[in-house]
Design a protein around this ligand. Structure first.
Ligand SMILES: Cc1cc2nc3c(=O)[nH]c(=O)nc-3n(C[C@H](O)[C@H](O)[C@H](O)COP(=O)(O)O)c2cc1C
Length: 152
């Protein structure tokens, strides 16, 4: 599976507008359905951040930009305050968006399915916006850049 390239998506939720957000990074984020607009991702059963994000109900999936390797490292760590040093703001839907990301998908978890040692979460899309630049890419255990497709 390390040969399957993925995007790098930071999932973040907040229990209260003045609380600290909770977050983690996933490489399993994908579009599931267009009508209705649904996304899905897999979460390891040992994740300590997911139950906190899940209890908030809503979350933002920030598709990290190629210069956000430091955000990936912080949110995939086990440090207590993962958001120290990360610039974020609340979106109109009340979820924490990471500043400078490539795109944002605000969503609401509707279902969790058994996926072996992972939980498959399905979420309804509330709002989407895109930012700037190119996305960060994960491939063969390393973070890298997306290369523009060759002209047809
Ligand atoms: C590039 C990358 C992709 C990852 N993809 C996933 C994923 O799809 N699902 C998952 O549960 N954890 C994934 N992780 C691990 C989590 O981000 C993170 O390490 C772990 O959930 C942190 O622990 P916590 O949830 O207890 O805070 C990934 C980490 C990296 C760096």
């Amino acid at each position: 599976m390390s040969h399957l390239p993925t995007g790098v998506v930071a999932l973040a939720g907040i229990s209260h507008p003045r609380a600290n957000p909770h977050g983690l990074v996933v490489g399993t984020f994908q579009s599931l359905s267009l009508s209705p607009a649904l996304v899905c991702f897999s979460i390891g059963r040992s994740s300590t951040s997911w139950p906190k994000i899940r209890s908030a109900g809503r979350l933002c999936a920030s598709v990290l930009a190629e210069d956000q390797e430091h955000v990936c490292r912080a949110l995939s760590s086990k440090q207590p305050d993962k958001f120290a040093g990360i610039d974020w703001s609340l979106s109109e839907t009340g979820v924490p968006r990471i500043a400078g990301a490539h795109a944002w998908i605000d969503c609401e978890v509707t279902e969790e399915l058994d996926g072996g040692d992972h939980t498959i979460a399905i979420a309804r899309v509330l709002r989407m916006d895109h930012g700037r630049g190119d996305p960060l890419v994960f491939h063969r255990g390393r973070l890298g850049s997306y290369r523009e497709p060759r002209a047809a």
